[in-house]
Design a protein around this ligand. Sequence first.
Ligand SMILES: [Zn+2]
Length: 191
Amino acid sequence: MKYRKKPVVVDATQWFKNGDHPLDYSEDRTGFENDEFRTWSGEEAKALAWEGGVVRYYRSPNQPGDRQCQHCEHTLDHHGWIETLEGGHIVCPGDWIITGVAGEHYPCKPDIFERTYERATNQSIISQVRDEGYRAGYAQASMLTHDDAYIKGFDDATRQADGLAFTGLLCGIALATFIWGLWAAVFPSNC
Ligand SMILES: [Zn+2]
C-alpha cells in the first residue's frame, strides 16, 4: 500500500543561535541567588541571554567545543541540543525546529525541510479547513436531525422546569400559610 502524508499545518522556526526559538523563554526559571531561592520570569531570562528552554546548549564532556561538526562547517560550541520524543538530538545552525501536532519539537535539516514543507499562507490554511469541513459536512448533515431533537428536548425541559418552579411556588405559599396557622394556634396572640 502507498500512503500520502495528511496536510497538517505545523509551526517551524529556523535556529541559528541560542535564544532563536520563540518558546525558549516561555517559562519561568527558578534557582538560587545569594543563597536565596527565587524565580526569574521568561522575559528576565531572555534579557540575561540565558540558555534557551527548547534548544539548549550543546555540551558534551567527551566532545571538545572547538571540534568541527560532522554535519556542517561550524564547531560544536555553536550547536544546540533538543529533547525530542525519541531522545536528545544535536541541532546544527540553520536546522529547522518543527513543533509537531502533539506540541513536541524535533529538528529537521534545511534541505529536507525545503522538500517537505511549504509556507502556509492564510489562503492555504483556509482551503485546508474548507476541505476538512467539506468532508465533515456529510457527517454533520446526518447529525442535523439529532440537533433538532436536542433543541426540542431542551425547550421541553425548560417548559417542564418552569412548570415545576410554579408548582414549587404554590406549595411554598401553602406551607408557609399552614405553619403560620399552626404558630398562631399554639401561641395565640392576645392582641
Ligand atoms: Zn553541525
